[in-house]
Design a protein around this ligand. Structure first.
Ligand code: NAD
Length: 264
């Protein structure tokens, strides 16, 4: 029987744990989400973060700015949040318009809860949490990560490397993707390409983590892995939806709580 790596279940456990921890704190941890313009997917992700925050008793402040907002205005807003002692975490919901790419670097390190000096990017942290929950050993394993983006692929690869896996990173220029992916003991896919990984890319006994979130024309949500066929072959697999997605949100708020502790 294939093991389904259930991110929703673990998310619920983290909700309960964080809620208990926050109850004991003097103040409520506060996350500011900066959104510029409006992409329907971003609205959806922000909503999920607000719901999670509410469940655990954290404050989530959603700051929305028009797509043509001046860089100077955003710089002064971020600086205000950086200085505010009631704000413990700041994230900028991506994508950002081109003229504002530099503002990500302005967030104070101790409040940069989606990566940076103190915190592991939420998706990478979520992938590790899912593997740990199911007691999947990482040390010494051959891990293959498909995708090398700054916020997703690279941090996942680095996280696995830090946990002593032997890591291969694949990307669009990789010559023979199937050959690489088949050799993995742990395969993590973050390519943003619907059902890129078929049963011919995997081998038995593999652990497959699907990070992809792709919304098809008919509104159907699919990952980067052909779940139906791959799940028949491998040892364990995370579904989409219900796998890494819920873990990413939970990990972000774990980082927020750590940020609170760092600052108080
Ligand atoms: P991106 O477009 O920035 O990067 C995609 C990477 O995949 C690139 O490095 C590219 O070279 C590689 N790639 C694309 N097609 C490939 C192919 N055919 N063969 C080999 N490599 C290929 O995307 P991203 O921001 O890294 O996001 C990746 C996916 O993860 C997206 O579907 C995104 O929605 C999803 N995502 C999920 C979560 C979550 O919580 N589950 C969080 C963030 C992003």
């Amino acid at each position: 029987m294939t093991i389904i790596l259930d991110g929703r279940k673990l998310n619920a456990e983290i909700v309960a744990r964080l809620a208990r921890q926050i109850k004991r704190l003097k103040h409520k941890p506060k996350l500011v989400i900066v959104q510029v313009g409006s992409v329907p997917e971003s609205d959806k992700y922000i909503k999920r973060k607000k719901i999670f925050g509410e469940k655990i008793g954290a404050i989530v402040e959603h700051k929305k700015y028009p797509g043509n907002v001046l860089e100077q205005r955003l710089i002064s807003e971020i600086s205000k949040f950086n200085k505010s002692s009631s704000v413990h975490g700041i994230i900028v919901q991506l994508p950002l318009p081109k003229h504002l790419q530099n503002i990500l670097g302005l967030i104070a390190e101790e409040k940069r809860v989606d990566g940076g000096k103190y915190f592991r990017p939420a998706t990478a942290k979520g992938v590790l949490a899912l593997l740990d929950k199911y007691r999947i050993k990482i040390t010494g394993k051959k891990a293959v990560v498909v995708g090398r983006s700054e916020l997703v692929g690279k941090p996942i690869a680095l996280a696995l490397l830090e946990r002593e896996a032997t890591v291969t990173i694949c990307h669009k220029q990789t010559k023979d993707l199937k050959r690489e992916t088949k050799q993995a003991e742990i395969l993590v896919v973050a390519a943003g390409s619907p059902e890129l990984i078929t049963k011919n890319h995997v081998s038995r006994d593999q652990i497959v983590i699907d990070v992809g979130i792709n919304i098809l024309g008919n509104e159907k949500l699919v990952g980067d892995v052909d779940f139906k066929n791959v799940s028949k072959k491998v040892r364990a697999i995370s579904p989409v939806p219900g796998g890494v997605g819920p873990m990413t949100v939970a990990s972000l708020f774990q980082n927020l709580l750590e940020a609170y502790e760092l600052q108080t």
